[in-house]
Design a protein around this ligand. Structure first.
Ligand code: NAP
Ligand code: F7E
Length: 333
C-alpha cells in the first residue's frame, strides 16, 4: 500500500516536533517546511526526525509554497507555521499580519492553484486568542465553536483572518479545511519565550543554584493549559473525520500563572515561590487576555478526542525535563 503523505509548515516549532513523530508512527511520508537560509534549529530537528524531508520555504512567499506542495504532493497539509508569540506580535504587527494572517491564504492558494483542492486536506492552527477573554465575552462553561470572537492582539487578529479565510475556502471551493481552535498547550518542546517554559527552566536552574530569580510580567491571567502531545493527536483526528469542521481542543480547567509557579516550585521542594519571582513591565502587554477556558465537548463527542495529561502532570513533566536537561549538560562537562 502506498504511504499517505503529509506536509507540515512550522515543523521546527513545538507542535511540529510532536506532530512529525505522530505522523511517522502512523506510517506517513512526512515533509516539513523550513524557513531561512541557515535555520539554527535545522541540525537538532534533523537529528530528532531523520525521516522528515525538509523543504525550504517561507509562508510569505507564494511561489515557495507552490513548490513545497508540488514536491510533497500531500494528502494532508498541517499549517502550523506562524509568528506565534503574542507579546512579539505587538512589537512586529505587520510581520505578524503577513505570516500568521496572509500566510494562511498563501497556503490555501498553493493547494488550490496546483489543482489539489479535492485531494489535499488542510488543518489550520486557529487559537483561543481569537476569543479575547473580556468580561462581556466570557461564557461560564467555557468558549466553544460558537462563541464570539474579540481578539486582543495583532496575533489574535491575524489568526482570526486565517480562521475566516479557511472557512471561506471550505465554503467557496468545497475544500477539506478544518480549523482547530486550540487553547494553550505546552510541554518539553515549548519555546523558552513562553511563560510556562520560562518558569520551568528557571525553577530547574534555581534548584541547582545557577540562578537567583525569574523576571515575569503579570501573574494573575488565567489559561486553559494542556499537553501538546495530546493536542497534535486532536489535529490529526480532525483530518481523519468524515467532513471538514471547526473544533475546540481544551482541558475545561483554568489556572493562573501564580498557580503554575506554585506547582513548579513545589516540584523542587520550594513551598514559597515569592522570593524567587520579580516583575517587570517589559513582559506586560498593551492589552491582556484575562482568562481563557475552553469547552472541548464537540471534539470529545465527534472525534473521540481524549486528553491524557492533567495540569499537575504537565507542570511536573516540564520541570523534570528541564532538571534532566541541566543534569545532562553538567555530566557532559
Ligand atoms: P511555535 O513553536 O512558535 O512554532 C512556530 C513555527 O512557525 C516554527 O516552526 C517557525 O519556524 C515557523 N515560522 C515562523 N515564521 C515563519 C515563516 N515566515 N515562514 C515559515 N515558517 C515560519 O508554535 P507552536 O506552539 O508549535 O504552535 C503551532 C501553531 O499553533 C502556531 O500557528 C500557533 O500560532 C498555533 N497555536 C499554538 C498554541 C499553543 O498553545 N502552542 C495554541 C493555539 C494555536 P522557526 O522554527 O524557524 O522559527
Ligand atoms: O503567555 C503572561 C502573559 O506567552 C501566557 C501562544 O502559544 O497560547 C500562547 O499565547 C500568559 C499571558 O502564552 C510573562 O501576559 C507573564 O497572560 O506563555 P504566553 P499566550 O500569550 O497565552 C495561545 C493560545 C496561542 O495561540 C499563542 O500562539 O503569561 N506572562 N509573564 C508572560 N508571558 C510570557 N511569554 N513571558 C513572561 O515573562
Amino acid at each position: 500500500m502506498t504511504k499517505k503523505r503529509a506536509l507540515v509548515t512550522g515543523v521546527t516549532g513545538q507542535d511540529g516536533n510532536h506532530l512529525a513523530s505522530l505522523l511517522q508512527d502512523e506510517g506517513y511520508e512526512v515533509y516539513g517546511l523550513i524557513r531561512g537560509q541557515n535555520n539554527p534549529k535545522r541540525a537538532e530537528f534533523e537529528a530528532r526526525h531523520p525521516h522528515v524531508r525538509l523543504v525550504e520555504g517561507d509562508l510569505t512567499d507564494p511561489a515557495a509554497l507552490i513548490r513545497a506542495v508540488d514536491l510533497s504532493d500531500p494528502d494532508e497539509l498541517y499549517n502550523l507555521g506562524a509568528v506565534s508569540h503574542v507579546g512579539y506580535s505587538f512589537k512586529n504587527p505587520s510581520l505578524t499580519e503577513s505570516v500568521t494572517g496572509k500566510g494562511v491564504l498563501n497556503v490555501l492558494e498553493a493547494v488550490r492553484v496546483t489543482g489539489r483542492s479535492e485531494r489535499t486536506r488542510v488543518y489550520q492552527a486557529s487559537t483561543s486568542e481569537m476569543f479575547g477573554g473580556l468580561d462581556y465575552n466570557r461564557p461560564g462553561a467555557g468558549y466553544d465553536e460558537d462563541s464570539l470572537f474579540h481578539p486582543r492582539s495583532p496575533y489574535g487578529v491575524a489568526k482570526l483572518y486565517g480562521h475566516w479565510i479557511s472557512r471561506n475556502y471550505r465554503e467557496s471551493y468545497g475544500m477539506f479545511v478544518s480549523c482547530g481552535i486550540l487553547f494553550n498547550h505546552e510541554g518539553e518542546f515549548r519555546g523558552p519565550e513562553f511563560v510556562t517554559r520560562k518558569i520551568t527552566q528557571a525553577v530547574a536552574r534555581i534548584a541547582r543554584g545557577m540562578q537567583e530569580y525569574v523576571v515575569l510580567g503579570d501573574l494573575w491571567p488565567k489559561r486553559d493549559w494542556g499537553y501538546a502531545g495530546d493536542y497534535v493527536r486532536g489535529m490529526w483526528k480532525m483530518l481523519q473525520h468524515d467532513r471538514p469542521d471547526d473544533f475546540v481542543l481544551a482541558t475545561g480547567e483554568t489556572h493562573s500563572i501564580e498557580e503554575f509557579l506554585s506547582l513548579a516550585f513545589r516540584t523542587v521542594g520550594i513551598d514559597d515561590w515569592t522570593p524567587y519571582v520579580k516583575q517587570d513591565a517589559a513582559f506586560m502587554r498593551p492589552a491582556e487576555v484575562d482568562i481563557l477556558l475552553g469547552n472541548p465537548a464537540k471534539a470529545e463527542e465527534q472525534l473521540g478526542w481524549v486528553r491524557e495529561v492533567s495540569f499537575e502532570k504537565l507542570v511536573e513533566l516540564m520541570v523534570r525535563h528541564d532538571l534532566d536537561a541541566l543534569a545532562g549538560l553538567e555530566s557532559a562537562r
